[in-house]
Write a protein that binds this ligand. Sequence first.
Ligand SMILES: *Cc1c(COP(=O)(O)O)cnc(C)c1O
Length: 472
Amino acid sequence: MPLNETQQHLLRKLPGIDRILEQARPDPFFEEVPKTLLTRVIRSLVDDLRQAVITGTPPVDEADMADERVMRRLKAHIDCEMMPRLRPVVNATGVVVHTNLGRSLLAEAAVENVARISRRYSNLEFDLVQGARGLRYSAIEGILCELTGAEAAMAVNNNAAAVLLCLDTLARGREAVVSRGELVEIGGSFRIPDVMVRSGALLREVGTTNRTHLRDYEAAIGEATGLLMKVHTSNYSVVGFTKAVTGRELADLGRAHGIPVMEDLGSGSFVDLADYGMRREPTVQEAVAAGIDVVTFSGDKLLGGPQAGLILGKKSILAAVRKNPLTRALRIDKMTLAALEATLRLYRDPRKAVEAIPTLRMLTLPLAQIVHRAERFAEMAAAEAPPRLNIRMLDRTSRVGGGALPLQELPTRCAGIEIDGISANGIERRMREHVPPVIGRIEDDCFVLDFRTVRDDDLDIIVSAIRSLLTT
Ligand SMILES: *Cc1c(COP(=O)(O)O)cnc(C)c1O
């Protein structure tokens, strides 16, 4: 399409790259900015302006070509480029174990231990008593066995890796017997049947979707059986006319036939959440006590530690797992190990763990405290621009997230934010684009913030995000 006169005029006004560079040179703001980066950002800024003139979106006029405005945009773009891409955000979704927002926040003790260990050399794989090569898992094996009663323990990259590794070690080329009611999919890319295929185990399904009996497992046992497996249905619940075999029953059956028994616990909690008014989730200690030979679970779900896959169980089985060459490919790194060890040590006093581990603290937060935080926010925000800003307190429920405790409803207090002249989608986007970003959700055409997952020092950030919404 030929350009009209206004467009041609605007294109003539388009600032040149050299001219912008010239103006930027004496400005101390650009002192630390590498020249190649500066040139690249200027070029893309000018390109964007040219495209905007040609296509009409976003609309531009002569004022956008003015030096001052171009320089302001350039600085904003440079600020953005100089900031790391992985950045902290305010989680106001109320989803505690939010996989897209980094799952679990580390306890202070864990953060400090990561810094302490990563700044210096450490005894990561060095036995200080023997003065010889040691085992990477020594840092966590003792405390894991102490906390759970397991004979041996180790950790790998994540629970998906733990499941893959155990299946590969125990059931490669053999049959792994699993209930049809436990063929779980966790968030798209991790499906128990697919992981089994990858590991080379042959999936032997037994029972039905809603009912599986011990006799179903028993009938499946034969020459080719390598493993009996139980998967905790962590992200859904089968209700109604149901029957599942307990860990103890399966462990006894395995022992009677000399076949190892594995359980993928998924979220794997050390504390009984029923003590805090939540639904019961089988604890790791219970699975070990039931006699399961090898138990796996995540480090960053209900445990509230770093991303990791924990493997606990019988000495002989863990010895075989450690010998598997896959272990080397899936191994845990020292920063994660430092965070994990510090987190695990907190569990020596479960009451303190619930206070010190953010995931557990947020899950067990009394409603009164959430209400208090929400009201403090409303007061702070109300001072901003009352006629345009409307804040409503809403009673809602937060979710555990991370595919754990799907039926658990956690009563919470939210704030619904409405701003005259800006749609809910507009508010959501602008809050998300704020630095630091504030992530909430839209509900019935209203932008909603849930204060369960908001920290006290997030309140100022949210208020300043709203302020910048109101002023620009
Ligand atoms: C979450 C989950 C996994 C995967 O754990 P990651 O630590 O995310 O790899 C595997 N099995 C079950 C049952 C789960 O709930």
